[in-house]
Design a protein around this ligand. Sequence first.
Ligand code: FES
Ligand code: FES
Length: 164
Amino acid sequence: MREMKQIINMTVNGEPHELLVEARTTLLEVLRDQLDLTGAKEGCGLGECGSCTVIMEGKPVLSCLALAVDAHDKEVLTIEGMSQGEELHLIQEAFVKHGAIQCGYCTPGMVMTAKALLDENPHPTQEDTKKAISGNLCRCTGYTKIIEAIDSVHSIGDLPGEKR
Ligand code: FES
Ligand code: FES
């Protein structure tokens, strides 16, 4: 039996969308397959790696577990919404500068987790940062450079006019 589809409205990176989804369609599927936003990655598909992390209503969510219907009438931010044209977001710049990217598979999820952390807590301790990224797995970097990158953003975050 074919599953009923329903219409949802979702704002993604500031743009409103009306989408037709099934009850079991995940947010990750909608982002990647319907909106062609392929920055969020499907690593495990089981809520264990964090590579699919996006921000919904200011909170980091694992988009492989979140249902698209639960994003109805919500604001979603993905890695594609972080840069302004060619200009990288401060957090992305910091990842590049600190060598916190190797294969890059975990990076979009890490950056979104870092953004959610810094928005909620502009001056996290290293322990706060470690805790925040504990659900984001990285097989390449050993995490130290990622933590340094996030740390560098909050140390420059007090500059006037700083974007975050
Ligand atoms: S793909 Fe979502 S947590 Fe791994
Ligand atoms: S840079 Fe390769 S998994 Fe993190």
